[in-house]
Design a protein around this ligand. Structure first.
Ligand SMILES: Cc1cc2nc3c(=O)[nH]c(=O)nc-3n(C[C@H](O)[C@H](O)[C@H](O)COP(=O)(O)OP(=O)(O)OC[C@H]3O[C@@H](n4cnc5c(N)ncnc54)[C@H](O)[C@@H]3O)c2cc1C
Length: 410
């Protein structure tokens, strides 16, 4: 059986490890954090995972939170009126056909890490760099680097042809809370877009202390939501979150009157440039390392797709490894495997990037038309499960009009 090392124990690396262990592969996991480090650390993501990616976890028998994690049952979309912030020019919502789920990575990753070890994976706790990768490539038939946004992923060359941005497009912040007023009828990702200012979305999740909600703030750089750099404490972070909502999205501010942080580590602020990297790294020795997940395809969280992409990448890589048998893992095989993932992911990246610049008129037309067409609203909501479905209507006006007519007729 081939020996495979996976560097990075996150949303892509661990599902791949489970899939390979189940087929008898010899697996080494290298991670720079122990389960306890993760449990005691800060939140890392808002990790809303839609049903197709959850199904991959279920098929691997690793979705342990279906019974406890509150479901995300729909998507709501609102754009405030530019002159009257207490009224909305776009306002619709629709149910997801099957619910999404957000389990705090501080809950999930330690359990998964302990479980892979119990299944026979060798777990090494070290901060892998070039020297460690060299050793791993000597000892294994394939080394996969799935280290998320860790510095080591910069060893992969940026693919300029697939990366339109070289700077962060949003100032990001997460505020994880208890006490948010639920939405009527069904729970949802309540997505609010404030042109020129940024975006705010909030949805139910599950954390160390049980059910909670996660607020995600996406501030246009230099704008009134680019406020997180000067914040000095969790209290200030929570206060800034509430103040912003009261001023720009009063209906969301009203829901958040009584919220408290789940814990002092339930906050995050930062920024990064969405980047696609070339998937094969050649080490000084000439041996190769194959990238997966955020390491080679990191998206802005505005569309909540990173964990979904990471899980779907793990599935593509798992199938490719199983189909490859005992043959050597060549550069050509690695590039072909990444391209198989990219056939899907390039749509996700295109959709996500389109929302970071002023959205195309086609997208605005679709989002507005959903105001009066529940069928179109349902289509747009369920596109989060499989973003390629948005195309060509997202960018081609003839297709936009056709889709709108079709749904209006429905
Ligand atoms: C603010 C924010 C909100 C988000 N919200 C969502 C959302 O709602 N929905 C969604 O789908 N996605 C979301 N994401 C993205 C999602 O969290 C990531 O895309 C996903 O976790 C990527 O999985 P991964 O396996 O590539 O990396 P990760 O899950 O980040 O795992 C990387 C692992 O590598 C380890 N590591 C790093 N460097 C090294 C090293 N040198 N040596 C050894 N180990 C190392 C890390 O400790 C970590 O365990 C969000 C991200 C952010 C920043």
């Amino acid at each position: 059986m081939p020996r495979i090392a996976i560097v990075g124990a996150g949303q892509s690396g661990l599902p791949l490890a489970f899939g390979l262990l189940a087929k008898g592969y010899e697996i080494t996991i290298v991670t720079n954090r122990t389960p306890d480090d993760i449990r005691k650390g800060s939140i890392l993501s808002s990790q809303c995972i839609f049903d197709p990616a959850l199904q991959i976890e279920r098929d691997l028998n690793i979705n342990d939170w279906d019974d406890v994690c509150p479901p995300v049952e729909g998507i709501g979309y609102a754009v405030p009126h530019p002159e009257q912030p207490d009224t909305k020019v776009i306002d619709w919502s629709a149910r997801l056909v099957r619910p999404a789920q957000s389990v705090d990575q501080r809950v999930k990753m330690p359990v998964w890490l302990e479980k892979v070890e119990a299944m026979g994976a060798r777990v090494l706790v070290q901060n892998a760099g070039v020297a460690e990768l060299e050793t791993l490539t000597q000892e294994h038939d394939l080394v996969i680097l799935s280290a998320g946004k860790g510095d080591v992923v910069r060893l992969f060359e940026r693919d300029a042809s697939r990366s339109p941005f070289d700077k962060p497009q949003r100032a990001l912040a997460l505020t994880q809370i208890h006490g948010l007023e639920p939405m009527p009828e069904y729970s949802r990702v309540s997505f609010n877009l404030i042109p020129g200012v940024g975006e705010y979305f909030v949805f139910p999740a599950y954390t160390l202390s049980g059910p909670c909600d996660i607020m995600v703030f996406e501030g246009v750089p230099g704008g009134p939501l680019d406020i997180w750099r000067d914040i000095r404490s969790p209290r200030e972070h929570l206060a800034a979150s509430k103040q912003f909502l009261d001023k720009f999205l009063p209906w969301e501010g009203a829901r958040a009157r009584k919220v408290e942080l789940t814990d002092d580590k339930g906050i995050l602020a930062g920024s990064f440039a969405p980047t696609i990297r070339k998937p094969v790294l050649t080490l000084p020795s000439g041996r190769m390392v194959f990238g997966m997940g955020d390491a080679v395809c990191v998206n802005d969280p505005i569309t909540g797709q990173g964990s979904n992409n990471a899980t779907k990448a793990a599935k593509v890589y798992l199938d490719a490894i199983l189909a490859h048998g005992d043959q050597p893992y060549t550069r050509q095989w690695m590039e072909q495997t990444f391209e198989k993932f990219w056939e899907y992911a390039h749509w996700v990246v295109a959709w996500t990037n389109s929302l970071l610049t002023p959205p195309p008129p086609q997208a605005l037309k679709l989002l507005s038309a959903a105001n009066t067409s529940p069928s179109l609203a349902s289509f747009l909501a369920n596109g989060f499960n499989h973003p390629p479905a948005y195309f060509p209507a997202w960018t081609d006006m003839a297709a936009t009009d056709h889709l709108i007519q079709e749904h209006q007729a429905a």
